[in-house]
Write a protein that binds this ligand. Structure first.
Ligand SMILES: [Zn+2]
Length: 379
C-alpha cells in the first residue's frame, strides 16, 4: 500500500527528511528478562515498510570510533565496555566502577557495536540536520549514560553527541527537548555549564532517576517539568503550547534535538503517564518547527506494540505521509506476533494490533500543571 505524501508537516523544511537506521538493531540485545529485550526499532522499520514509507530507504548509521567516543566518555570506560563485549565477561572491579554487567545494564554480545552505532547515527543525524532537513534516528535517545559509566539501560550518550556536533558546526544556541517519561539527566548534566545549550525535560515525577525536580533551573540553562501520573493529552499539549514553545521562542534556537521516548504513552509498563501517540507526534512536529535544523531521536519505551507504532507513525508525520486508517495484513500479522513479559495478554489493547494511531486521551488540566507552566516561564 502506498500512501501519498502530504506537505502538511514537511512544508517548513525545504529538503526531504531522513531516516537513519542500522541492521545492528535487528539483532537480539539485552539478553533475557530485561525490559529492552523486545523488538523496538525493527518493529517501527517493518511497519514503515509495510505502509510504503521507506521506499527511499534508510541511511545506514556508521559506528563512532574510539577517538570520537572519548570526546564525552572517559577513555577507561570506553575501553572497559569494548573489552567486556569482546570477552563476554565483566570483571567485578569494572562492574562496580562502570555500572556494566549488572541486571540494569547487562553486557550482551554486540553491546559495544550497538551503542557506538547509536552514537554514530546521532552524529550523522546532526550533520544532516545542519543541511536544513529533519533527521530521524529512532535508535538514539540513550539519555542517561554518563561520561564514566552506564546508567538506566544506556551505555553511551548519543543525544550528547548530537548536540556536540551541532555546537562544533558553530551554532550558538542548541535546544534539547526530552519527552521521555524519565528525566533526561545525562544530557542536562553534560551541558549544565554550557550557555549555548538550553535543556527542557518533561517527565513523570517520582520516577527513576529522581532528578529533574520542579524548580531545578541549572543556573537558568534548564527547565524541568515533572508531571503527575495520569498525565493526559490536554495537559501535555497545554505544556507544549504554553511552556515549551514560549521557552523555545525566548531562546531562539538554531537547532533542536528531541528525545522522543515511547514510555510516556498509555500502556507502557514502566511509567504511569497516559498519552496517546497522536499527542506526542503533534508535540514533536511543533518542537521541530522552532529551529532550522532538527534531530529527532527515540528513547525509552517498554511496550513493543506502543513503541513500534509510535516510532513508525512519527516517521510518517515527519516525512509528511497521511496516516492509514488501518494497517495492511502483514503489519497486523507482525503486531499479532509480538509478546511482552511485562504485559498480561488481557491488557493488550485490540487497537494496538490493527492501527497506528491511538484514540486521543483528552482530560482536565490539573491546577498543578497550570502552576508548573507559570513556574517555568517565570524569569
Ligand atoms: Zn524513559
Amino acid at each position: 500500500m502506498k500512501l501519498r505524501a502530504t506537505s502538511q508537516d514537511a512544508a517548513h523544511k525545504d529538503m526531504s527528511p531522513l531516516f537513519i537506521g542500522s541492521e545492528v538493531y535487528r539483532r537480539s540485545a539485552y539478553g533475557r528478562n530485561h525490559p529492552l529485550a523486545i523488538p523496538r526499532v525493527e518493529t517501527a522499520v517493518a511497519l514503515c515498510r509495510s505502509v510504503g514509507w521507506l521506499e527511499q530507504g534508510m541511511v545506514e548509521s556508521p559506528a563512532a570510533d574510539f577517538a570520537t567516543l572519548t570526546r564525552f566518555h572517559d577513555p577507561d570506560y570506553v575501553a572497559a565496555l569494548f573489552e567486556a563485549d569482546r570477552a563476554g565477561f565483566v570483571p567485578a572491579e569494572a562492574r562496580r566502577r562502570y555500572n556494566i554487567g549488572t541486571l540494569e545494564n547487562p553486557v550482551f554480545p554486540g553491546v559495544f557495536e550497538r551503542a557506538a552505532t547509536a552514537v554514530g547515527g546521532s552524529i550523522l543525524a546532526a550533520r544532516r540536520a545542519l543541511e536544513g532537513r529533519i533527521a530521524y534516528h529512532p535508535a538514539g535517545g540513550t539519555h542517561h549514560a554518563r561520561p564514566g559509566g552506564a546508567s538506566g539501560f544506556c551505555f553511551l550518550n548519543d543525544p550528547v553527541f548530537a548536540v556536540l556536533t551541532l555546537l562544533d558546526a558553530g551554532l550558538g544556541r542548541v535546544l534539547y527537548v526530552d519527552l521521555d517519561a524519565h528525566h533526561g539527566d545525562g544530557v542536562e548534566d553534560a551541558f549544565a555549564a554550557d550557555s549555548h545549550v538550553f535543556t527542557i525535560s518533561i517527565h513523570e515525577s517520582g520516577r527513576w532517576p529522581g532528578t529533574g525536580l520542579r524548580g531545578d533551573l541549572r543556573q537558568g540553562r534548564a527547565r524541568n517539568l515533572p508531571v503527575p501520573p495520569g498525565f493526559n493529552d490536554s495537559e501535555f499539549s497545554f505544556l507544549i503550547d504554553e511552556a515549551v514553545l514560549p521557552l523555545a521562542a525566548r531562546f531562539c534556537p538554531e537547532a533542536v534535538v528531541i528525545t522522543a521516548g515511547a514510555d510516556p504513552l498509555a500502556g507502557d509498563p514502566l511509567s504511569k503517564m497516559d498519552l496517546s501517540n497522536v499527542a506526542v507526534w503533534d508535540a514533536v512536529m511543533k518542537v521541530t518547527a522552532t529551529a532550522r535544523a532538527a534531530v529527532v531521536l527515540g528513547g525509552g519505551g517498554y511496550n513493543p506494540w506502543t513503541v513500534g507504532r509510535f516510532w513508525a507513525g512519527l516517521w510518517g508525520r515527519i516525512a509528511g505521509y497521511a496516516l492509514p486508517a488501518c494497517l495492511p495484513d502483514d503489519a497486523r500479522a507482525l503486531l499479532a506476533g509480538l509478546s511482552c513479559d511485562l504485559i498480561d495478554d488481557e491488557d493488550v489493547d485490540p487497537n494496538w494490533l490493527i492501527s497506528l494511531s491511538d484514540p486521543p486521551n483528552p482530560g482536565a488540566i490539573r491546577d498543578d500543571i497550570r502552576s508548573l507552566r507559570d513556574e517555568v516561564l517565570a524569569p
